[in-house]
Design a protein around this ligand. Structure first.
Ligand code: NAP
Length: 546
């Protein structure tokens, strides 16, 4: 039997299932969820497609991959010992450091013994008779559990562009998400990068340092702002460690769980000189301050947004020597902050280098990838390496790639055809005992801060079910509709809703993802937590429990 507790608890487990809970994914949220569920005394198995832990930080090992969140706000907060032991090397850690950190966590808490690597989950079916989930792996093996917890990330289903001829290229090519573990050398090579999102910006900056020649194919320029990364000195690390309680408390108070809190002033409350000085200060500071710590109206008021966009456009013009290239790098179809802001470390200066060329594919579209390179409407380019920094089928994509079937065999993909519908981003009606850590319509932001909360809430619900001998927890249709309506209502008036991006569910490379949808809760984390706390404090009475 899985639980050691008395018989009253047995009903919430099913002695005939392989595990009490199956978690999909051993990334930031899956590792923590495993730790928490094991603490409850559950038998848990994590299925992970990769050969190691880390999720995002396992897969995305492309050149230049690093945090845009302050490292010391990104680490787990649950273990004082871990906080005491781990020293961050940089204010914004690179992928290798973060992967090392997550491996350290897995070892420290002996998590690996419950993680099965090389195990991609392809299907999960709910069985009403046993009130359990039947989970199938790519290799055909099947396992059952009472609870199914998805910890599959929000940006984990990478997408290749639907450009003809991609498979015909004879050189080296790779999507940034699937970057090889062996180092790739760019010296003397002709390299192409397609895509200029946060990933492309980091990749381009790094590859430009050594490539023989780099050609960047840009469809939409981005409002990038400086990261200002630096090493953490031992003295700084001591101060950070002494202040962890305050740091995490502050993250809990802010809209996106970052250290940066919105400035309560309006753009128009200050003089133009004060405004300019404030923006100069933010532009000179590390991290997301310019996005998350800016005047309160820049993301809702068109005029305010136009002013901050103009400030950033001037910066681009100052930093890029060729005025024609600078104009191409200035976004024209969306305002600052209405897409996720990429933070950069010398990105714009890359275009001053003689070995770098920017191709604006809105002017000269890519017609096809050829065996030797890329053909646009006006030129044929030859490459040794093509890098696809073309993004993800975000938020729902990872769910769509698993054949998830709930009550009566209903497919989750079909249910979410017109957009996700969830209760608190954690439960879905018709999919009992399926719990999503950081599912659609949860709040996004500084990921681990939000994921820890989400996993704690899931743990609370599982504990509640266990203590009361419940074997079935499900959102009601009315509960899911109410939360979905609230999520949509909270995004009203936010300028990001008028812009195509992964945050509005757009991926032009994926069928059915061409219509803007609200994919995340925009009311901010304090409100999100308040709502979740209320649901728990009320004994989960909004759920259907049996
Ligand atoms: P993304 O923001 O969706 O960017 C994808 C890029 O590929 C866009 O420039 C897109 O152009 C382009 N693209 C896609 N299909 C194309 C096609 N067929 N032809 C030409 N161009 C095409 O994806 P991402 O850069 O991987 O970033 C996704 C998110 O991951 C980020 O917003 C961020 O939240 C996260 N991330 C975080 C970090 C960090 O913490 N430091 C780093 C990297 C990523 P359009 O814009 O025109 O569609």
């Amino acid at each position: 039997m899985a639980y050691s507790q008395a018989a009253a608890h047995e009903a919430s487990t099913n002695p005939s299932t392989d595990f009490d809970a199956i978690i999909i994914g051993a990334g930031v949220s899956g590792l923590y969820q495993l730790y928490r569920l094991r603490e409850l005394g559950l038998t848990v198995r994590v299925f992970e497609a990769g050969s190691g832990v880390g999720g995002t930080w396992y897969w995305n090992r492309y050149p230049g991959a690093r945090f845009d969140s302050e490292s010391w706000t990104y680490g787990y907060s649950f273990s004082q010992e871990l906080l005491e032991e781990w020293d961050w090397e940089e204010h914004f850690a690179g992928q290798p450091e973060t992967e090392r950190y997550l491996n350290y966590v897995a070892d420290k808490f002996d998590l690996r013994r419950d993680i099965q690597f090389h195990s991609r989950v392809t299907a999960a079916r709910y069985d009403e008779d046993t009130r359990s989930w039947d989970v199938e792996l790519e290799n055909g093996r099947r396992y059952s559990s009472r609870f199914l917890v998805t910890a599959i990330g929000v940006l984990s289903a990478a997408t290749m562009p639907t450009i003809p001829g991609v498979k015909t290229f004879q050189g080296q090519s790779c999507h940034t998400h699937y970057w090889p573990k062996e180092p790739v050398r760019f010296e003397g090579k002709r390299v192409a990068v397609i895509g200029t999102g946060a990933t492309g910006v980091q990749t381009i900056t790094e590859v430009a340092k050594t490539a023989g020649h780099l050609t960047v194919f840009q469809r939409t320029p981005q409002w990038c702002a400086p990261l200002h990364n630096a090493k953490i000195t031992p003295e700084e690390m001591r101060r950070i460690r002494d202040n962890y309680t305050e740091i995490f408390a502050r993250c809990q108070e802010t809209y996106g769980c970052f250290i940066h809190a919105t400035d309560p002033r309006s753009t128009f409350e200050v003089t133009p000189e004060e405004r300019e000085a404030f923006w100069e200060k933010l532009y000179g500071e590390p991290g997301f301050g310019i996005w998350m710590g800016n005047f309160r109206d820049i993301l809702v008021d068109r005029e305010a947004n136009a002013l901050i966009s103009d400030f950033l456009a001037r910066k681009i013009r100052q930093r890029v020597k060729d005025p024609g290239v600078a104009e191409k790098l200035i976004p024209k179809n969306h305002g600052f902050g209405t897409r996720r802001v990429p933070l950069e470390s010398g990105y714009f200066e890359v275009y001053n280098q003689p070995n770098v060329k920017l191709v604006d594919i809105t002017e000269t579209p890519i017609e096809r990838v050829t065996p030797t390179g890329i053909k646009t409407s006006d030129a044929e380019y030859e490459f040794d390496i093509i890098i696809y920094a073309t993004g993800f089928d975000a938020i729902t994509g990872a769910f769509d790639r698993i054949n998830i079937r709930g009550v009566d065999g209903v497919s989750l993909k079909d249910k979410w055809k017109e957009g996700p519908q969830t209760f608190l981003g954690i439960l879905v009606d018709g999919f009992p005992n399926m719990l999503m850590v950081m599912g659609p319509h949860a709040g996004l932001g500084n990921f681990p801060r939000a994921a820890e909360y989400s996993a704690d809430w899931v743990t609370g619900l599982v504990r509640f079910a266990r203590d009361r001998g419940l074997s079935r927890v499900e959102a009601t249709a009315a509960g899911a509709t109410a939360w979905t309506d609230h999520v949509i209502a909270s995004s009203e008036g936010l300028l990001f809703t008028e812009v195509d991006s992964w945050m509005t569910g757009i991926n032009r490379n994926v069928e059915g993802k061409q219509v803007r949808r609200i994919m995340r809760y925009s009311g901010g984390h304090p409100k999100f937590r308040e709502r979740c706390e209320a649901a728990a404090a009320d004994g989960y009475r909004e759920l259907a429990l049996a």
